[in-house]
Design a protein. Structure first.
Ligand SMILES: NC(=O)C1=CN([C@@H]2O[C@H](COP(=O)(O)OP(=O)(O)OC[C@H]3O[C@@H](n4cnc5c(N)ncnc54)[C@H](OP(=O)(O)O)[C@@H]3O)[C@@H](O)[C@H]2O)C=CC1
Ligand SMILES: C[C@H]1O[C@H](OP(=O)(O)OP(=O)(O)OC[C@H]2O[C@@H](n3cnc4c(=O)[nH]c(N)nc43)[C@H](O)[C@@H]2O)[C@@H](O)[C@@H](O)C1=O
Length: 317
């Protein structure tokens, strides 16, 4: 692991996926840095389209790239849209990383995911566990694509000396999340379900699975802050996990969401729904060694996420 100070100041910084949850948090965070922010939405450049990506990079030549664009979703989206999750995510990673190299980008950060680790890897998940065992079947296509992205970044670093780094975020949540009832991640799904139950006066809320899986949740503005910190301070081939280092069962988590939303009805579990990985807690000691820790508690983060959900509902009316 190396600590090589890298100045963002004065550089053109491309946030790929700037309309997404993480990308928009990166845009908020970078507003506090003296950078020239570059963005392009999907209509301008479809990142799955190799020719479009190569043309756009040749024209714009960003000096720094945060690769936060991907096909993203919760356990059902991953398990059903398996072809899209593997194809889009391999294409986006290959196109953007290759174009960044060809056009002289000085630094690139690839965003992977904690789901790249084997389903039954020792907990907490250390960066060295990648490729040591079978993956969780519900998100294997996405995980394989993310592992490909890591390996592409690593190969360009070793063959061409590119300063390309990869970070592995835990489950994220916050403003800009996807609140689709089936395709979202658990945080957004439960905020919406408990809110709708509160508003309609429903007697009970159903939570998927057994409630026993454990998950770690990081507020998205903390995630963006960690990314900027690592972009400035880290240069190396090794992965860096980004998380809080704390986890909670889905059953306990559902109770916290109910409390934040103000719902006091019953909670039941639909065990016909998949549990996914039994536990996914990141070892964040590398990240701590690089001088960064999460600062937003789960309760505060959920309060902010719920406020953002309510504001988005009002704006849509
Ligand atoms: N959310 C989470 O819990 C976690 C996320 N991650 C990773 O973090 C990153 C960001 O995720 P998140 O912000 O949650 O995801 P979102 O779905 O909120 O945002 C993804 C962004 O990528 C863009 N995008 C997707 N496909 C294309 C394409 N073909 N061309 C151009 N743009 C495209 C989307 O554009 P558009 O707005 O047009 O759809 C969107 O802006 C991803 O790499 C994800 O894998 C990792 C771990 C956990
Ligand atoms: C971030 C990560 O996200 C995905 O993995 P996951 O951690 O399994 O994500 P999830 O948020 O969808 O579920 C977490 C847990 O929560 C339970 N759960 C309860 N009730 C609901 C519910 O209503 N919706 C959802 N989605 N899950 C629910 C659910 O059964 C599971 O046990 C990956 O595919 C992968 O893409 C990835 O990187």
């Amino acid at each position: 692991m190396t600590n090589a100070p890298f100045e963002l100041k004065g550089r053109s910084v491309y946030v790929a996926g700037h309309r997404g949850m993480v990308g928009s948090a990166l845009v908020r965070r970078l507003a506090g840095e003296d950078v020239k922010l570059v963005t392009a939405d999907r209509r301008e450049v479809d990142l799955c389209n190799q020719a479009a990506v190569f043309d756009w990079f040749a024209k714009v030549r960003p000096q720094v790239v945060f690769l936060a664009a991907a096909k993203v979703g919760g356990i059902v989206a991953n398990n059903t849209l398996r072809a899209e999750f593997i194809y889009d995510n391999i294409a986006i990673a290959a196109n953007v990383i290759h174009a960044a190299h060809r056009n002289g980008a000085e630094k690139l950060m690839f965003l992977g995911s904690s789901c790249i680790y084997p389903k039954l890897a020792p907990q907490p998940l250390r960066e060295e566990s990648v490729l040591t065992g079978p993956l969780e079947p519900t998100n294997e296509p996405y995980a394989i694509a993310k592992i490909a992205g890591i390996k592409i970044a690593e190969a360009y670093r070793s063959q061409y000396g590119c300063d390309f780094i990869s970070v592995m975020p835990t489950n994220l949540y916050g403003p800009g999340d996807n609140y689709h009832p089936e395709m979202s991640h658990v945080v957004a799904a439960l905020i919406r379900r408990f809110h709708e139950a509160k508003v309609s006066g429903a007697k009970g809320v159903v939570v998927w699975g057994t409630g026993t899986p454990r998950r770690e949740f990081l507020y998205v503005d903390d995630m963006a802050d960690a990314c900027v910190h690592l972009m400035k301070t880290y240069s190396g081939a090794g992965l860096i996990n980004i998380g809080t280092g704390e986890d909670i069962t889905i059953a306990e988590f559902a109770r916290v969401v109910a409390e934040v939303v103000g719902y006091s009805g019953e909670i039941s579990f639909d065990t016909s729904r998949p549990d996914g990985t039994p536990r996914k807690l990141l070892d964040v000691s590398r990240l701590a060694g690089l001088g960064w820790r999460a600062t937003t508690s789960l309760e505060d983060g959920l309060k902010r996420a719920y406020a953002a959900y309510q504001a988005a509902q009002l704006a849509a009316q």
